[in-house]
Ligand binder design. Structure first.
Ligand code: KE4
Length: 429
């Protein structure tokens, strides 16, 4: 029973475009009414009708330890009493920057912003300012936020809504955005030779999470690193999703590849609006006020957001075993799902890297956006609603990664696996 969510969605649409403040929340591709959440604790969400759900979105990544984690809530409550913003430098921002540098490799200087979009758009502007070049390469199905330049063949909500060209993004902007299929190094080499000495950056999700989870093929990222070194192109790792989730050092650590610039979001703010971009001093020193690549933000380094992110990152740094637990739980979920899906002869492929996982209804492996787009989206939508009805809240799109929190117990995972088993038991009757 979701009558309150239905009524609230009606009411929301009178004042908010589509009734939501971000398109992916609108259930447009899976259909039905988005669930209005009242509160959450640990692994559970509670909606406005009193229903309880196991959360596999976790605010699209930030809630890596589960919802309303006491030390984070306590830190926010205490800091709020000091005022919510100053617009002036604070000790906490230094401590946050130093903490990030102590966890993530290859970061000499880091600038805080208020979203992943801001982080990615600022990193691109810096790469352009540093190299004096205009073009850049992104990959089909990767999503780097909603800044104009990135809304070409983007993943996440753009793919979910199947928007081919975005009104308002001018040809002048999109002409400088070059795209290649993920995992296609030859396509990258071709673009680089076609646009010699005009490409400022190659930006990539080192493990892609916005067309479902898609892993880099062996040699793919290494090959891009070599191309960038040879051509004076900056390599930007968009770690908004992978940063501080895959490991303290994120994908740079797990893949053992250094990017020139790295962007962060999600986990870094523990659910509050935080993003960041950072890299070697030689590049970052071009950012204002040191250099002339202008970038700014009224609420950048906001003390409440900082204390939330600082508290969470410290817990992750001091308890590295959390990453082992997350990986083991996600592997357990993968093995359990594979068992029941094979039992019911369902065509599927599961992609997983650490605690990023996605289930694709396809009889072939999913290695790029066109593979992801060829999956049985109709079956996914039916599956999504069956899981929701069973009290399991998955991302409402086949183009998203499931986000595991360490608050999920093995009992929760077994419940999820059993619900999948029951769905296909019924489906195959
Ligand atoms: P935000 O501006 O939404 O904080 O971050 C943009 C962004 C940048 N880079 C990557 C790799 C991302 O995954 C994102 C945002 N991710 C989506 C979910 N896949 C945000 C959900 C939404 O749009 O509401």
């Amino acid at each position: 029973m979701i009558s309150n969510s239905i009524a609230l969605f009606e009411r929301a649409q009178k004042s908010i475009p589509g009734g939501v403040n971000s398109p992916v929340r609108a259930f447009r591709s899976v259909g039905g009414t988005p669930i209005f959440i009242k509160n959450a604790k640990g692994a559970y969400l509670f909606d406005e009708d009193g229903n309880k759900y196991l959360d596999y979105i976790n605010s699209w990544g930030p809630m890596i330890l589960g919802h309303a984690y006491d030390p984070i809530i306590d830190a926010i409550k205490e800091r709020a009493g000091f005022s919510t913003s100053f617009g002036a430098p604070t000790l906490l921002e230094i401590e946050m920057a130093e903490l990030i540098k102590s966890m993530a490799p290859n970061i000499d200087l880091v600038r805080m912003v208020s979203s992943g979009t801001e982080a990615c758009m600022s990193a691109l502007r810096l790469a352009r300012g540093y190299t004096g070049r205009n073009k850049f390469i992104k990959f089909e199905g990767c999503y780097h936020g909603h800044a104009d330049a990135f809304l070409v063949k983007a993943g996440s909500g753009v793919a979910t809504q199947n928007i081919q060209t975005i009104p308002g993004v001018t040809a002048g902007v999109s002409n400088d955005t070059l795209t290649a299929p993920y995992n296609d190094l030859e396509a990258v080499k071709h673009l680089v030779s076609e646009h010699k000495n005009t490409i400022a950056a190659i930006i990539i999700e080192p493990i892609a999470g916005n067309m479902g989870c898609i892993l880099p093929e062996p040699g793919f990222i290494e090959g891009i690193r070599q191309i960038c070194d040879a051509e004076g192109i900056l390599l930007i790792f968009d770690e908004v999703m992978t940063g501080f989730r895959l490991a303290a050092g994120g994908a740079q650590q797990k893949l053992n590849i250094n990017a020139d610039l790295v962007t962060y979001g999600k986990v870094i703010g523990a659910g509050l609006p935080v993003g960041a971009f950072g890299g070697k001093k030689e590049i970052m020193q071009h950012i204002a006020p040191l250099g002339n690549v202008y970038q700014a933000g009224t609420l950048s380094g906001n003390p409440i957001a900082m204390i939330a992110g600082f508290t969470l990152l410290n817990i992750l740094k001091q308890n590295p075993d959390i990453y082992v637990q997350l990986e083991e739980k996600t592997k357990y979920l993968q093995v359990g799902m594979e068992k029941v899906l094979h039992k019911h002869s369902v065509p599927f492929s599961i992609n997983r890297f650490g605690s990023m996982i996605s289930l694709h209804f396809s009889n072939k492996s999913v290695k790029n956006f066109s593979d992801a787009a060829a999956c049985d989206i109709a079956l996914f939508n039916k599956f999504f609603h069956a899981m929701l009805h069973a009290g399991i809240y998955l991302p409402p799109s086949g183009y998203e990664t499931w986000f595991i929190s360490n608050a999920l117990t093995y009992g929760n995972l077994d419940y999820t696996i059993n619900a999948i088993d029951a769905f296909f038991e019924k489906e195959n009757k």
